[in-house]
Design a protein around this ligand. Structure first.
Ligand SMILES: NC(=O)c1ccc[n+]([C@@H]2O[C@H](COP(=O)([O-])OP(=O)(O)OC[C@H]3O[C@@H](n4cnc5c(N)ncnc54)[C@H](OP(=O)(O)O)[C@@H]3O)[C@@H](O)[C@H]2O)c1
Length: 322
């Protein structure tokens, strides 16, 4: 029984992409009791069998949050409610419920793109955010709400992952579909266009690792902490490297012609024209602060891609869950 004793971790958003991976990791831990809020989506089948307690609920039903939370527990919030006002209302409900239940720590999953339209090529937690799209604005406002209203009553840890990829996720699906079923000449042109563009991918295993590290981080968190979670230092995190790796893993032949990159300034103009928030194709989001705080990654981007490609191939042959 993974959830039989020890510290209680209450999870909101456990049915989502990151949540399912987190639950899969936590259920085998004997030192953690899991309580998970079940909203509309299914939670992984073995979670209940392994002793996790499920509480039916909704971020808009405060009574259900009261049932979920127990004094001294750690809350991991992976839920995202779209829309600025609704997103803030949902997080305020959770914050209030945490304070009234005597929760010790709240780990909130935000996003690295709260940085928005930045001028720096290397983004860190200190970068002044200039959110541009509605999602970025709403996610940053949620961070601020948690810090301003609850930062002195709860230990608040905010994680900002970049684009999370892994089995069950949406990132890289289109690229894999194009490589498998798309026109090769079009794929080749895309490759020339984006060759050196940073992908800002982060393996779901490393995001889960950062969440687990934040749960177990034993020093008291006196001030709210923000950590970027990225794999941007990994050499296999630009378009061409990721594409070449996926082509190999999916059994696709390499291109006959060498991939000739278009200048990055042209790509930048195109990205801006497409309405991208951050149109600098060289931007990296640094996870130095997290690594210097003692976090260790468990997988490389190459290993993460191998996992993803395995799942993708299985889901195509089984007609499975995508
Ligand atoms: N995926 C990425 O690439 C990425 C990158 C950076 C940051 N993030 C952030 O990381 C977090 C997790 O991402 P994800 O990809 O795992 O998201 P996801 O798959 O869309 O899952 C979202 C979760 O939120 C839950 N939820 C939505 N409305 C709710 C409500 N009213 N009450 C309770 N739960 C509710 C959903 O439950 P139901 O299905 O039951 O409604 C689901 O479990 C999100 O905050 C996201 O913004 C994701």
């Amino acid at each position: 029984m993974g959830s039989s004793g020890g510290h209680t971790v209450a999870i909101v958003g456990g049915s989502g992409f990151v949540g399912r991976h987190l639950l899969a990791r936590l259920v085998s831990r004997h030192d953690i009791r899991i309580r998970a809020l079940r909203h509309e989506g299914r939670l992984p089948g073995d979670v209940l069998e392994r002793g996790a307690e499920l509480v039916e609920g909704d971020l808009f039903r405060p009574a259900s949050l009261e049932r979920l939370l127990v004094p001294g527990c750690t809350v991991v919030n992976l839920a995202y409610v779209s829309g600025y006002d609704r997103g803030l209302e949902a997080m305020d409900n959770l914050g209030k419920a945490c304070v009234s239940a005597g929760v010790r720590r709240m780990i909130h999953c935000s996003t690295a793109v709260v940085a928005g339209r930045v001028t720096e090529t290397e983004v860190s937690e200190k970068t002044v955010c200039r959110p541009f799209k509605e999602y970025e604005v709403a996610k940053l406002a949620i961070e601020q709400l948690l810090v301003d209203r609850y930062g002195d009553r709860l230990e608040v840890i905010i994680l900002r992952p970049t684009a999370v990829f892994g089995p069950g996720g949406r990132n890289l699906l289109k690229l894999m579909d194009n490589l498998t079923d798309g026109r090769r000449w079009l794929n080749y042109l895309r490759s020339c266009l984006s060759k050196h563009r940073r992908m800002n991918l982060v393996c779901v295993d490393n995001v889960v690792g950062a969440l687990v590290w934040s749960i177990g981080h034993d020093k008291p968190v006196r001030e709210p902490e923000v950590f970027i979670v990225s794999d941007d230092e990994d050499p296999v995190n630009d378009y061409r490297s990721v594409e070449a790796e996926l082509m190999r893993l999916l059994g696709q032949r390499p291109y006959i012609f060498p991939v000739v990159p278009v200048p990055l300034t042209l790509l930048s103009i195109l990205l801006r024209g497409m309405g991208r928030s951050n149109y600098n194709p060289s931007t990296v989001y640094s996870c130095r602060k997290l690594m210097e705080s003692g976090f260790e990654k468990s997988v490389s981007v190459r290993e993460g891609l191998a996992d993803l490609a395995r799942w993708y191939r299985c889901s195509r042959t089984d007609g499975g869950d995508r």
